[in-house]
Design a protein around this ligand. Structure first.
Ligand code: IZC
Ligand code: ZN
Length: 414
């Protein structure tokens, strides 16, 4: 068969296909080819390999791309973002510099609640336009799929508005968007002291969101002072009944057993985990829960980092994401997150790339379609401006992307 597009002269092709290695580190078990090519047909991967390609897979219509010996990876996956929101919170940065904590600001009615106000005030069109600007930046950093949560409405109307924005965006730009309902992101001011009423309200939203087909996942902010373990269990169990797959913001600030709950409910992923306990690590491992680590948040809040080396030693699979949001991590730059992970989490280059490709796909339950360069999978790829993966992690804060291919089309060309 003849390809539509062929990338040749690839120095290092990190396919992210999981393979058997004698090395026991199951965060490094991915295939890496050298002097390679990838052929694409109808938006999917047709063929790949090392050495010269068979001339029968091209004709005079095939688009030929010379990778000039550089690194090529699957399209990057940012599997945890709060993309759709109104406003920004630069004021908090300077309150924090004077000693206020993230929780102090939230308890005073700021933080998430100030973004809730701005999101309620914004029209759907305004939210679409603002999110599009962020998606354009993400694409430039090599991101081809993201997850996007609601949770800045805390009422049915605004939660639906946010999730409808995800749907509109999916048709107006190249990045694929996986939607998550996160009505349990904070307790609205008017429900202080009446938390159980708010939980009932969130549970009532679940079937409506599902009927409208607005979200695949349900997530919750399980944290001391936000939603307790009991409350989180209640909401997530209901969500599962209505057919949602589950995620949980767990042990971000305090260790309250969020990761243990993730294990108990067999959530697809568990997010943050800076304060995870040893029992929590075992619960993730034993139940196949992906640890979705967001080191940009540790960096930005000047908090400790999740104990990733320990998790990897226990055999937990790690994903890395931006957590892009206006409060605790205002950046769309997944490459920066990869660099922080290499520097502060002491992850190896291969572990980092696995965490933003096939493991990002697993944390979205999409590993059969995306996350690796394998025959039949979506042709989502990044060609970097670098001949080594190490260099991409070392030269930080800049964009190393040369070209992004999404569903077989060139969607970014630097
Ligand atoms: O707006 O602060 N942690 N939710 C849980 C966030 C951070 C987003 C925000
Ligand atoms: Zn988050």
């Amino acid at each position: 068969m003849v390809s539509d597009l062929l990338i040749y002269n690839i120095g290092t092709l990190i396919t992210s296909k999981e393979i058997e290695l004698s090395n026991k580190n199951l965060m490094e078990n991915i295939e890496i080819l050298t002097d390679a090519y990838v052929a694409i047909k109808n938006g999917t991967i047709l063929l790949l390999g090392e050495g010269p390609y068979d001339k029968n897979i091209i004709d005079n219509k095939t688009i030929l791309i010379d990778a000039e010996k550089s690194v090529v990876t699957p399209g990057l996956i940012d599997s945890h973002t709060h993309l759709v929101h109104g406003g920004s919170r630069e004021n908090e940065m300077f309150l924090k510099a004077k000693g206020a904590t993230y929780m102090d600001i939230l308890n005073a009615g700021g933080g998430i609640l100030s973004t809730v106000k701005a999101t309620k005030e914004a029209t759907k069109e305004e939210l679409v336009e603002k999110a599009k600007i962020s998606l354009k930046k993400m694409l430039a950093f090599g991101v081809t799929t993201i997850e996007s949560k609601s949770g800045y409405g805390l009422d049915l109307e605004t939660e639906i508005k946010q999730l409808e924005v995800n749907k509109i965006l999916a048709n107006e730009q190249p990045i694929d968007i996986v939607s998550t309902f996160m009505g349990a992101h904070a307790i609205p001011k008017e429900y202080k002291g009446k938390e159980e009423d708010f939980i009932k309200k969130v549970i009532k939203m679940l079937p409506i969101i599902k009927d409208k087909n607005l979200a695949e996942f349900c997530d919750i902010f399980c944290e001391h002072g936000i939603f307790s373990i009991e409350q989180s269990r209640k909401i997530l169990k209901e969500a599962k009944k209505f057919g949602f797959k589950l995620k949980i913001h767990a042990d971000e600030i305090e260790s309250i057993g969020g990761a243990e709950l993730a294990g108990e409910l067999e959530t697809t992923s568990s997010e943050h985990l800076m304060a995870i306990s040893d029992e929590g690590i075992i619960a993730l491992k034993n139940n196949g829960v992906i640890a979705n680590i967001l080191p940009g948040t540790s960096f930005y809040l000047k908090k400790e980092y999740a104990p990733v080396r320990k998790m990897i030693d226990y055999g937990v699979q790690i994903a890395l994401s931006t957590d892009y949001n206006p409060g605790s991590c205002p950046t769309e730059n997944l490459q920066l997150i990869m660099q922080i992970a290499a520097l502060y989490l002491n992850m190896s280059p291969i572990e980092v790339i696995k965490a933003v490709t096939i493991n990002g796909a697993k944390s979205l339950n999409k590993e059969k379609q995306i996350g690796s360069i394998e025959i039949g999978k979506k042709a989502d790829l990044v060609i970097f401006n670098s001949k080594s993966l190490e260099y991409i992690l070392y030269h930080f804060g800049i964009n190393h992307t040369k070209m992004v291919i999404k569903n077989g089309d060139i969607v970014y060309n630097n």
